[in-house]
Design a protein around this ligand. Structure first.
Ligand SMILES: Nc1ncnc2c1ncn2[C@@H]1O[C@H](COP(=O)(O)OP(=O)(O)OP(=O)(O)O)[C@@H](O)[C@H]1O
Ligand code: SF4
Ligand SMILES: [Mg+2]
Length: 459
């Protein structure tokens, strides 16, 4: 391990408190602010040294914004980000510069994130130049060593990005991010633009590099298979909030937040002995609400089958309901009810469909339709990474037969028993579309990037 912790090992490397990012919506000639996209709306978590924190949630829930806030590519609207005991929330570009060595980001788009006019050697050596670091043995040798470390050839040094495949480009991006031996790497959807077979290679590379270099990761992904494979702990986000934070096993086997429960009902079980067990999937029916005007109280109450009156008015705090498990819910699963006896909302029973997994896969055999699933706002699927999990088919929950199970609670007991064939293993949602073309957080934060540039560069 190359990175010596500068503080006690027990102190988290990154601590985030009440982090907020509201993107103003401006209108008219005078560009008056008429509202705000509440992309991240008060989140608390910490990242322990050497761990991988996975972050999941439907499209538009604020994952990328959170990643850009903690790497300080975006200026937070509120809250606090502490890196290794130093408050970096509002550090200037100059103030952040020395920390850019320690905090790096890997972007989703391996095409857009590499400048096509620069050679691989120039791209990967950029962090050294920016930081004024002269490696022992020379820059070229160091960069060639990095290329080898990420599974490329030293001869690629003088080639250009267009000469590489998507997987190779992502390796180049990883080499660049690792050039200065960072301590924290935030990877935003690092494999979702890659073919399934290549995804596994890149995930394994990240894994190996973590062991080799003692890295700490925050990995953002919508693919639950990838997240399960890489994470030690997982944060589940919904509409700008963290609704559950737990270690991987607990989260997958006994989720506590109803939203997590619905997500996990779509995850195939890798254990072949449990395939064929009776299982059901919970399909959320309502659309993802707009982050401009999120629902009152618990933001999930418009789609939650357990919602009661209190949920509409009182936001549930993120509480430690079991050792190491934080949940924001008045009526959690697998834990004591926080507000027993409250009156159920009339709409609650209608909020979901329970679909037997076998039927979901049967339907899938005759149809394809992830797009429809997305349109319906169902928690449903894209393709799981074959090498991380057995490959699964994409069901069409929007058309899946409903009503075979009338008791919505039935789904709760069967979450962990989903068959591998149950299919969907990632998230889809209609959230972002409701917000006018905001892009992906390229707000001028007055910072230089963590390395050569963001995804926009040279795209
Ligand atoms: N620069 C911006 N200006 C205005 N709104 C923005 C900006 N960047 C993001 N948003 C909005 O903030 C919300 C969260 O976006 P974000 O990109 O963080 O979501 P995400 O969880 O990463 O989604 P995805 O899974 O699709 O990548 C969305 O509603 C998005 O439209
Ligand atoms: S039970 Fe209430 S607090 Fe819990 S997720 Fe559902 S709506 Fe939110
Ligand atoms: Mg994103």
């Amino acid at each position: 391990m190359t990175n010596e912790p500068t503080r006690t090992d027990s102190a988290p490397l990154l601590r985030v408190e009440g982090l907020v990012k509201h993107f103003p919506i401006k209108k008219g000639l005078l560009q008056r602010q008429v509202g705000a996209v509440k992309a991240v709306d008060g989140i608390d978590f910490e990242v322990r040294r050497g761990e991988t924190l996975g972050v999941v949630g439907e499209s538009g829930c604020g994952k990328s914004t959170m990643g850009r806030l903690i790497t300080r590519l975006l200026e937070p609207s509120g809250g606090k980000v502490e890196f290794d005991g130093t408050d970096i929330t509002h550090l200037s570009t100059g103030g952040m510069r020395p920390l850019r060595r320690d905090i790096q980001m890997i972007f989703q788009d391996p095409y857009g994130s590499l400048n096509p006019r620069h050679t691989i050697g120039s791209i990967v050596s950029a962090p050294f130049r920016l930081q004024g670091v002269e490696p022992e043995g020379g820059l070229k040798k160091e960069v060639q060593g990095l290329l080898e470390r990420v599974g490329l050839s030293p001869e690629h040094y003088n080639r250009y990005p267009h000469e590489f495949s998507g997987g190779q480009r992502q390796r180049i991006g990883i080499a660049r991010a690792l050039a200065l031996k960072p301590r924290l790497v935030v990877a935003d959807e690092p494999v979702s633009a890659l073919d399934v077979s290549i995804q596994a290679q890149v995930v394994n590379l990240l894994d190996d590099l973590q062991d080799e270099l003692g890295l700490t990761y925050v990995i953002i992904a919508h693919d639950l298979s990838v997240i399960r494979h890489v994470s030690d702990r997982i944060a589940v986000m919904y509409l700008g909030k963290i609704v559950e934070l737990a270690d991987r096993t607990s989260l997958y086997e006994a989720p506590m937040h109803p939203y997590t429960t619905a997500l996990m009902s779509a995850v195939p079980v890798p254990d072949p002995r449990r395939r064929g067990a009776k299982s059901e999937r919970i399909l959320l029916k309502g659309d993802v609400p707009s982050p401009i005007a999120p629902p009152s109280g618990c933001r999930f109450h418009t789609r939650c089958w357990k919602a009661t009156q209190v949920c509409t008015v009182q936001e549930p705090p993120l509480l430690e309901l079991a050792p190491g498990r934080r949940v924001a819910c008045h009526h959690p699963e697998n834990a004591p009810d926080q507000v027993p006896g409250d009156t159920a909302l009339a709409s609650a029973g209608e909020a979901i469909e329970i679909v037997p997994a076998t039927k979901a896969s049967n339907v899938e055999a005759t149809e394809t339709g992830a797009g429809e699933a997305a349109a319906s706002g169902a928690v449903a699927g894209a393709v799981a990474s074959a090498a991380v999990e057995p490959a699964v088919k994409v069901p069409s929950p929007a058309k899946a037969p409903a009503g075979d199970v009338t008791d919505p609670a039935a789904g709760r007991e069967t979450v962990a028993g989903a068959e591998a064939d149950a299919g969907a293993d990632s998230l889809s949602g209609a959230g972002t579309d409701s917000v006018a073309g905001p892009g992906t957080g390229r707000e001028a934060a007055g910072d230089d990037g963590p390395s050569e540039g963001g995804p926009a560069k040279g795209a």
